[in-house]
Design a binder for this molecule. Sequence first.
Ligand code: NAD
Length: 499
Amino acid sequence: MKNLQHWINGKPREGSSERHGAVHNPATGAQEKRVPFASVDEVDAAVAAAKDAYATWGTSSLAKRTTILFKFRALLDAHRDEIAELITAEHGKVHSDALGEVARGLEIVDLACGITVQLKGELSTEVASRVDVSSIRQPLGVVAGITPFNFPAMVPMWMFPIAIATGNTFVLKPSEKDPSAALKLAELLAEAGLPDGVFNVVHGDKVAVDRLLEHPDVKAVSFVGSTPIARYIHTTASANGKRVQALGGAKNHMLVLPDADLDAAADAAVSAAYGSAGERCMAISAVVAVGAVGDELVQKIRERAEKIKIGPGNDPTSEMGPLITKVHRDKVASYVTGAAAEGAEVVLDGSGYTVEGFEDGHWIGISLLDKVPTTAKAYQDEIFGPVLCVLRVDTYDEGVALINSSPFGNGTAIFTRDGGAARRFQLEIEAGMVGVNVPIPVPVGYHSFGGWKDSLFGDHHIYGNDGTHFYTRGKVVTTRWPDPADGPGGVDLGFPRNH
Ligand code: NAD
């Protein structure tokens, strides 16, 4: 059994408290590691290290920061496979999918390598006689990130590359279910030359999170996870005077119009619903079929879904791995077993599925539910598993109304050949990320990622320009260098006018 450690002030630190969690390999069901749960003192030690480091990192040159980030990028690139293997061993997703998340995290490091351009200030000369005004952005100080299990490398990389590039120091509390990728990232940052204390990792549960939320030296909190916890983080961190962005859960819809290419739509629905066993916040979990396309679309989805090869993530022939825990697997299965009684047609039932030779793994098969009423729990809840609901509507307007009535508003997609309908959809739909014939519209690193409604609390999306803004605060400097020839200005009690 491997004992994991925290990463504080540039080195590993053993957990001092008795509290710890179990890290399982979801494919075998075996516990392979123990992760320490940080005490308040350990969180305080990480924040203190980050505060000390901020004294010099916050004023370090942009050249120094970007040199380190370029080195980190090269190391990340060289260690893609190793990080992906760690992810597969603890999360369960297949190796190719784990490589995909590393690649999307690397995109944000690319962005951070170019922070010099984003941090350029603005200067207006001669706003009044011999008066110039400049706007600059400065770091906040110590900032914290709290991340979910489903992207143990990518989601931390949505946050810390931009945070440290802009001069902040960082304390990460990764998911306790798959914490090793975060530790590997910490090692690579140190190898790239990042000064001690600029990036720290504390493992744990609510105790660690709550301490970060209340610690007076933590200036901002970025959170990604489920909606109830996102709401709690936003409320608590805001009440403690911190800047906060809290990204929550989702129920992502895909609207298929009668003129869509149904083969392309079925390919997209299957890929987006069952990829990573549905444990993606941008997974498509509800297909809304408009008009008469429903029967044919469901048939095409079924044909494709039945062929998906389920198996351990480190088997290159596997397309879908297990779920994160047994408890979660049983919860996902309960939505499928209860669906018929709620009025849905169960086309494929993946509950009770197992993989030969890996009987203790957290397996579930593919489930497809048709004609799901909006009152069914399988539709209303974010299931976070390989369960796709199909809902039937008669018109585009009915479809948009249905999607907009969801409390979530993360991603959504339309499949159509009609440019006018696609354009209307972009403008009318209440979600933060929209795909047109693209099922998982996760924005590239230089745009920003974020949902609406219960999918995001706070007013900043994550990464892109929003990331730079979130991790910096503005300052505007007004400067006057009078010419001696002007003579004394004299006392003037009026409000300063520009002339
Ligand atoms: P989670 O909310 O259970 O946990 C997220 C983080 O919060 C973890 O670090 C966890 O330790 C911590 N946490 C859990 N309970 C807590 C509590 N009571 N008090 C304080 N901290 C607590 O989420 P998860 O199961 O790890 O991840 C899956 C969820 O994350 C899904 O809902 C998914 O949609 C969401 N997610 C959203 C996005 C997005 O960008 N919107 C991205 C990825 C995942």
